[in-house]
Write a protein that binds this ligand. Structure first.
Ligand SMILES: NC(=O)c1ccc[n+]([C@@H]2O[C@H](COP(=O)([O-])OP(=O)(O)OC[C@H]3O[C@@H](n4cnc5c(N)ncnc54)[C@H](O)[C@@H]3O)[C@@H](O)[C@H]2O)c1
Length: 347
């Protein structure tokens, strides 16, 4: 049974991926500092794992701490090695992700995202673990004019958050090039993950006021926030609101498992991979589908465009299909339904 370290495994995407890893017979070691999640949420992950199969609980281990702390990371790798259960791969979610905050506090983003990854690589080298899946982002493309963006499009980020992701991708490519017979690395460029586990037991659970649109819609629908602000209705799109490529978090989780297995089973490689559906949905369409599907109201008003936003970004996901046979299966309606179920269960 292979043991995988999941940094940031108590967050939105990390928690769903950890559950799928457990179901696919991996052992999962989570490290998370709770900077954008809670201890309570880890209890939910355990409840879900137990509900699926009580044996899964024996295969999940949790460490509280910050990945910038090299001693902590070394301790995790050492403990596993001493138990005769070497960590064979890392899925690296831990990082900060709010574009607006990154504009105000760029140093914080370089520290958490870049330095965090730097420390992780140092410790992976030391413990001879050289398979890594990195959470990159479609943000690295910036303002591409391509109708569908492929991995070959120019990397041209337009905000500090995107710059940290692009710099990490470059750093990881340097690491790979330095020992291309040893490292296996995939940078997964996510588009807009939303939705939640179909049980409603886990979902996107940010600390404080949400930065991403979906938890915001959820909190407006349940009455915690008065109304949604839609940033700009004068974009060059069919209804004037921004178009994004929303992808169900469970499809995304599946993409991680397939990427991990591809890396573990094949020769050393470095890959950049888009994970999106290839379908564009405007913010207004998303709000309307959410309201219709869930029979709830989401009051909104239009506000000015945000600095660092772009009109449209939709994935060309052909490479992920040809390489991994990965194809997203869930519709935008299912994303809205599952995401809202999570909000209702959570309260
Ligand atoms: N959600 C998105 O829209 C999106 C899109 C593209 C890329 N990403 C990237 O995917 C990754 C996961 O995103 P998410 O939506 O699950 O975010 P999240 O905030 O829900 O999860 C991240 C988790 O990492 C933890 N964490 C952060 N810094 C840490 C550190 N230094 N040490 C230990 N734990 C730390 C947080 O407490 C949190 O539990 C992030 O790197 C993010 O940049 C997210």
């Amino acid at each position: 049974m292979k043991r995988i370290l999941v940094t940031g495994g108590n967050g939105f995407i990390g928690s769903h991926t950890s559950i799928v890893l457990l179901q696919k017979d991996y052992e999962v070691v989570i490290v998370d500092s709770f900077i954008n999640s809670s201890r309570n949420f880890y209890e939910r992950i355990k409840i879900l794992a137990k509900r699926i199969d009580s044996n899964l609980l024996r295969r999940i281990i949790f460490f509280e701490g910050d990945i910038r702390d090299k001693n902590l990371l070394e301790g995790i790798f050492r403990k596993s090695a001493n138990e005769g259960k070497r960590i064979v791969g890392v899925i690296h979610f831990a990082g900060l992700k709010a574009v607006a905050e990154s504009l105000k506090e760029p140093s914080k983003y370089w520290d958490f995202n870049f330095i965090g990854t730097f420390r992780l690589i140092e410790v992976m080298e030391k413990y001879d673990c050289r398979t890594l899946i990195f959470s990159s982002s479609a943000t690295v493309y910036g303002c591409s004019k391509d109708f569908l963006i492929s991995e070959n499009a120019a990397v041209n980020p337009i905000n500090p958050y995107g710059h940290t992701k692009a710099a990490i991708e470059n750093f990881l490519k340097n690491i790979y090039d330095s020992k291309s017979d040893k490292w296996r690395i995939a940078c997964l460029r996510y588009f807009n993950p939303i939705g939640a586990h179909s049980t409603g037991l886990i979902g996107d659970n940010p600390n404080g006021i949400p930065n991403n649109i979906f938890p915001f819609i959820n909190q407006v629908a349940i009455g915690k926030i008065e109304r949604l602000e839609i940033f700009g209705n004068d974009w060059d799109t069919s209804d004037g609101t921004c178009i994004r490529d929303y992808i169900h978090v469970m499809d995304l989780a599946e993409g991680h498992i397939l990427s991990l297995e591809f890396l573990l089973e094949n020769e050393c490689r470095f890959i950049n991979l888009n994970l999106g559906t290839g379908i564009g949905t405007s913010v207004l369409e998303l709000v309307n589908i959410f309201q219709e599907e869930n029979k709830v109201k989401v009051p909104f008003n239009y506000a000015d465009r945000r600095v660092g936003d772009i009109a449209r970004i939709v994935a060309d996901n052909g490479f992920a299909y040809s390489l991994l046979n990965w194809k997203p299966t869930k519709t935008i309606n299912e994303m809205c339904k599952d995401g809202w179920r999570w909000q209702q269960v959570k309260g």
